[in-house]
Design a protein around this ligand. Structure first.
Ligand SMILES: C[S@@+](CC[C@H](N)C(=O)[O-])C[C@H]1O[C@@H](n2cnc3c(N)ncnc32)[C@H](O)[C@@H]1O
Length: 264
């Protein structure tokens, strides 16, 4: 296991993605069996309720896994695209959802600019090493239309990161995650706490250990009872002059500048 105090070079980052994706490739069928019936209706609603304007919406399911959520969004008539690094999941998701699914590494994504009304990142962004998170969040903001919405659900921890059961995981606390997302120009629509891996919240993942220190190592717990996730909805507002025609109002601009990140 490694902590986030070290800096990974390009080859090490490539290897981190490779190992994590291989984990899901290996366990793809078991993962699907274990999560296909998870009730994530609250997460769907959190994203869809925050998107402005009339449906259908253009949605990116980031780290879509086997396609449960793609299929749901498609069933509502939305225009949904999946993205995942696991070849097994990509094949399963294409077949199950009949949606377009891109096979891409989070750390090397090619995404269109100002394309999506919403991004659904259910139990996926916690696999991005903190070193790369600002770049990835900036990329996600660019692929959203102005006032587009990022939904993310991540297991909560105390800022540990590293390899945990063959997957690279970051387990941030609430404030740390908020700081990353607001630094990328998003402001908070809502944050709720949920039980990790349970019905009506999110799926997959493991909860963090109780190690001490500011930056800690990730480790997989022996059990999952009581693990929490932070379920956040964030809005991207591109400032005027960025080439995007939408303007933010004075209050939103103040919130962004102060980095408070709370809409309501
Ligand atoms: C815990 S699963 C969540 C899957 C799905 N969103 C769900 O809720 O069931 C994490 C997903 O992130 C994907 N993933 C992890 N690291 C990745 C990377 N570096 N690039 C692309 N996908 C990755 C995995 O293949 C997996 O589908």
């Amino acid at each position: 296991m490694t902590g986030s105090t070290r800096w990974y070079d390009a080859e090490q980052l490539r290897r981190i993605s490779e190992v994590t994706i291989a984990h899901y490739d290996r366990l793809a069928e078991a993962y699907w069996d274990g999560t296909r019936d998870h009730d994530v209706n609250q997460n769907y609603a959190a994203l869809l309720d925050a998107i402005e304007g009339d449906p259908p919406y253009s949605i990116l399911d980031l780290g879509c896994g086997p396609g449960r959520d793609l299929r749901y969004f498609r069933s509502l008539g939305h225009d949904v695209v999946g993205l995942d690094g696991s070849a097994e999941f990509v094949a399963m998701a294409r077949s199950y959802s009949e949606c377009e699914v891109l096979q891409q590494d989070f750390l090397a994504m090619e995404l269109p600019e100002s394309c999506f009304d919403g991004i659904f990142a259910n139990a996926s962004l916690f696999h991005v090493p903190s070193q790369e998170l600002p770049r990835i969040l900036a990329q996600l903001s660019e692929t959203l239309r102005s006032r587009g919405v990022l939904f993310c659900s991540n297991p909560r921890g105390s800022n540990e990161e590293g390899l945990s059961d063959d997957r690279y995981c970051c387990f941030f606390d609430h404030d740390t995650w908020r700081d990353y997302v607001t630094a990328a120009g998003f402001f908070q629509v809502s944050i709720t706490t949920a039980h990790w891996g349970c019905r009506a919240t999110s799926s997959g993942g493991s909860r963090p250990s109780g190690a001490k220190g500011k930056v800690r190592h990730a480790s997989r717990p022996s059990g999952s009872g009581g693990a929490l996730s932070d379920v956040g909805v964030w809005r991207m507002v591109h400032p005027s002059g960025s080439g995007n025609s939408s303007f933010i109002d004075k209050r939103e601009w103040q919130i962004l500048r102060k980095g408070i990140g709370a809409e309501g």
